[in-house]
Design a protein around this ligand. Structure first.
Ligand SMILES: *Cc1c(COP(=O)(O)O)cnc(C)c1O
Length: 435
């Protein structure tokens, strides 16, 4: 077969020139062990590896591929755009079109700036918040991921209310200590932090449904409390909807919860598989960006015409009917998985937001990072490898979400659930104490 190469060979070759053989660490399978498979192509709900094995794909490129891979309409739009050149470095109408599409669905998005990644979107949102408020500190929540910019790579210090400490070498203590890290879903912790530091806080940034520690929902009232505390103290509220944006029929969690964050970060789906991010929000804040304001931000390839075309084509296909179909499949998957585990005597907990699903080897759904860590994620590598062997590709880490696409038919879901039933039975045998 054209392009055929053993994964081990591809990986060894990659490792000699790419750091760890990959360009994003989780792809190296460190938390599940083994050699990553290399992908040759993908279509619909399937990915094909370089050895010719097909997998039902539950990663969806970590979120963007909500229509499935190589959707014909998206592909056509990309071809048409790229035939008019891959990049201009000058304004094009597609940028305005995608921005109008986003503003049409997100009332909070009065003004928009496109960037090249979710990381850049979050980084830019923080810079804007700091410039707008004249304050330095940021509140974030443990287990929420907002990309890898310096201020956001901080974790909670030892005391509940200590300032952040760097998560990675290369992050300065000063940078991390401007970041206050609190437990997700703890209104009390936020209230205390505001009592102590309220006048110094530029912004609270939050994933309104946390999708990077599995999928953890907000407890009722949590998001509204954040909005109120921010309003009282003049801090800005930033919703990072890079995963949740365009994921649900209401388009964003903010719309579903009837909240209006000051700034919103978008990414993933809005790029249709291309590197796109966006900051969106109040015009008076957004207009602080150059060229209108003084806050510097720029991008050689930002608003790239091919990426915009992919985003426009993707979003245009996300009709209410499309959302209904995806939700039906995602619900079938979530219920099926829970049932398959129960039948094997394993009590898992399952969460779902539209087409994104999380599951934990814990009977009770964890509501913050500590609880997530206490779930029996040690069983996950067993699950992962046994599912791979059956042709089901899940994320190579227990803390990632599962993404269902429009291309996942009931038959595809049922095949996976059937396999999961076998795998849960194997796990129950290997770890008879269950969860
Ligand atoms: C993926 C993600 C990001 C980072 O986006 P990149 O495009 O990978 O830089 C930021 N926030 C959230 C919530 C994400 O899931």
């Amino acid at each position: 077969m054209d392009g055929f190469v053993k994964s081990e060979e591809a990986y060894e070759r990659a490792c000699s020139v790419l750091v760890g053989g990959v360009d994003s660490p989780v792809r190296a399978w460190k938390s599940v062990g083994g050699t990553p498979v290399f992908i040759m192509s993908a279509a619909g709900a399937y990915m094909l590896d370089t050895e010719g094995r097909a997998y039902r794909d539950y990663v969806g490129s970590w979120g963007p591929m909500i229509l499935g891979h190589a959707d014909p309409d998206v592909t056509k739009a990309i071809y048409e755009a790229v035939s008019r050149s891959a990049s201009y470095g000058a304004p094009c109408v597609a940028e305005t079109e995608l921005a109008e599409l986003i503003r049409g669905k997100f009332p909070s998005a009065e003004k928009i700036r496109f960037v090249n990644s979710g990381t850049e979107a979050a980084m830019t949102a923080l810079r804007l918040a700091r410039a707008f408020t004249g304050r330095d500190k940021i509140i974030k929540f443990a287990g929420c991921y907002h990309g890898h910019s310096d201020s956001l790579l901080a974790e909670a210090g030892s005391g509940a209310l200590t300032l952040g400490v760097p998560t990675s070498p290369g992050i300065t203590v000063a940078n991390a200590s401007d970041t206050i890290v609190l437990p997700f879903n703890s209104i009390e912790a936020v209230r205390k932090a505001f009592e102590e530091h309220g006048h110094e806080v530029a912004a609270v940034i939050v994933e309104p449904w946390a999708g990077n520690m599995g999928l953890v929902p907000p407890v009722p009232g949590f998001l509204a409390a954040l909005a109120n505390l921010c309003k009282d103290t003049g801090a800005l509220l930033i919703f990072d909807e890079v995963i949740t944006g365009f994921r649900i029929p209401e388009y964003g969690v903010q719309n579903k919860e009837k909240l209006r964050p000051d700034l919103t970060c978008l990414g993933k789906i809005i790029g249709g598989g291309f590197p796109v991010g966006a900051v969106a929000g109040r015009a008076d804040i957004m207009n602080k960006l150059q060229p209108l304001g003084a806050v510097y931000q720029a991008g050689t390839l930002a608003g790239n015409p091919v990426a915009m075309a992919a985003g426009i084509a993707t979003i245009s296909k996300l009709t209410q009917t499309a959302y209904q179909k995806i939700e039906y499949s995602a619900n079938r998957f979530a219920m099926g998985l829970k049932q398959a585990a129960l039948s094997a005597g394993i009590n898992i907990s399952v969460s779902r937001l539209g087409s994104v699903v999380g599951f934990f080897f814990a009977p009770k759904l964890p509501l913050n990072l500590n609880a997530v860590k206490m779930s029996n994620s040690g069983l996950y590598p067993l699950f992962f490898h046994a599912m791979m062997a059956r042709g089901d590709y899940f994320a190579p880490s227990p803390y990632e979400s599962i993404f269902i696409s429009l291309a996942h038919t009931a038959e595809i879901i049922d095949a996976t659930i059937g396999n999961a039933g076998e795998v849960f039975a194997e796990i129950a045998e290997a770890a008879p104490s269950g969860t």
